[in-house]
Design a protein around this ligand. Sequence first.
Ligand code: DCM
Length: 142
Amino acid sequence: MRGSGCEGGPVTPPVVVVAVALLRGRQLLAARRSAPSALAGGWELPGGKVEPGEREEDALVRECVEELGVEVRLGERVGGDWPLSPGRALRVWTGSVVEGEPAPLQDHDELRWLSWGDWESVGWLPADMPVVGRLRALVEEG
Ligand code: DCM
């Protein structure tokens, strides 16, 4: 036997992308991507990649400052790991804006507060679609 104890070869750590479902009452903030071109026009819950050594919640708060120009307070986790693409998972929290008004500063060209009846009116990115469904159930439960 060769390579004692090295049976699986190198393991690539999974990339975690964090996103926030910003709620204002029963309104949900959706952000339309302007980049990269493969994702442009798709709507998402704002967020981004966690940097090495960064706590996930800290990454999400940072992304909201960078992308939206707002301070947010995070609430509860929405589900577990949502599949994104091979080797990548999406982790989602609810949240609310505690300071500022969201603006599309980076990666987005439009933001929209969706009324309760309009949550499915935008073309969500594939990974976000099931999250929005789960979130509706959570909000409905109160
Ligand atoms: N992503 C997604 N849904 C989100 C946030 C991100 O599908 N709510 C995807 C888009 C990118 C990747 O995750 O492929 C990394 O996001 P970013 O480019 O914002 O760092």
